[in-house]
Design a protein around this ligand. Structure first.
Ligand code: 2HA
Ligand code: ZN
Length: 284
């Protein structure tokens, strides 16, 4: 049996937590990550019949029954994941239609999964329904995106268009745009359900005045989505108070769509016929 501490899924998660901490996205105990694992990869390093503890979740997620997740712990600091992965991370199997999980490894100090577990599990369910390859859900507090939610219109089309205009790559890295939730109390099933609903149409969901959720096929893709949106938000904050002399035009965004064979979210560019109603009429 292999040592779980050498399993690629574990070493990559440890590296990612450290990297996110070093980016300043995960102060104190903020941020959380969950990764869907294959049973074959888990059973290569753990006896999957050996359950350490059963932990209730407080919600149901029948679609995830029997699935394995590696997840960050509640109250844990990303900066400490690299020095004590077995305390700060846990490997769980979803049972009882999602109403509880079985701990197979980790949370060695008696801890449990992130307080945002409902948002993670509901987001996994939502993303898997549109993209069966989805494996990762990631949450963090990047400063520029967070700051942008205080000074920019929270309308999703408007918010997305601004990000697309800030860096050439944005439109083909996240052509579906970013969805935005208004401020809500975090850690609840309600914000979990709202996030999951938004995850059906985009891999990035901004939580106003709090942070961002991202989903993807692997840690690199998911991290890269946040990194790109955060860079765009940084540019926006550098220029928002200055007179705007030029920008990336809709025609240029359309050229990028063609060059990189992606389709910008329907109605978000003013090139194609826009959707009727006040949404489509907006310019930014
Ligand atoms: O894990 O970031 O949203 C702590 C948080 C809650
Ligand atoms: Zn948070």
């Amino acid at each position: 049996m292999n040592n779980i501490l050498n399993a690629p899924f574990l070493t990559e998660l440890v590296r990612t937590c450290t990297n996110m901490y070093n980016h300043g996205w995960d102060e104190r105990n903020s941020g959380n990550i969950s990764i869907l694992l294959d049973e074959a990869d888990v059973s290569a390093c753990l006896d999957v019949t050996h359950v350490l503890r059963t932990i209730p979740t407080g919600f149901s997620a029948p679609e995830l029954n029997g699935r394995y997740f590696l997840v960050t712990g509640t109250g844990k600091y990303f900066k400490n994941v690299q020095v004590a992965p077995d305390e700060n991370l846990g490997l769980v199997r979803v049972v009882d239609s999602g109403r509880s999980v079985e701990l197979l490894w980790g949370f060695s100090d008696g801890g449990t999964f992130t307080s945002e577990f409902p948002a993670h599990m509901m987001s996994h369910t939502a993303r898997l329904s549109v993209s069966p390859e989805n494996r990762v859900v990631m949450h963090c507090h990047p400063a520029n995106l967070l700051a942008m939610t205080y000074v920019h219109d929270l309308d999703e089309r408007s918010f997305t268009r601004t990000l697309w205009q800030m860096c050439t790559e944005c439109v083909f890295i996240f052509p579906e745009g970013v969805n935005v939730l208004p401020w809500m109390v975090c850690g609840t099933n309600e914000i979990g359900q709202a996030t999951a609903e938004k995850m059906k149409t985009a891999r990035l969901v901004v939580w106003a005045h709090h942070g961002i959720y991202a989903a993807g096929r692997d840690l690199d893709e998911t991290f890269g989505l946040i990194e790109t949106a955060e860079k765009a938000a940084e540019i926006y904050l550098k220029i928002a108070h200055l007179p705007l002399l030029q920008t990336i035009t809709d025609e240029q965004l359309h050229q990028l769509e063609m060059r990189f064979h992606v389709k910008a979210r329907e109605g978000y560019l003013n090139i194609r016929p826009v959707q009727s109603g006040p949404e489509g009429a907006r310019d930014r």
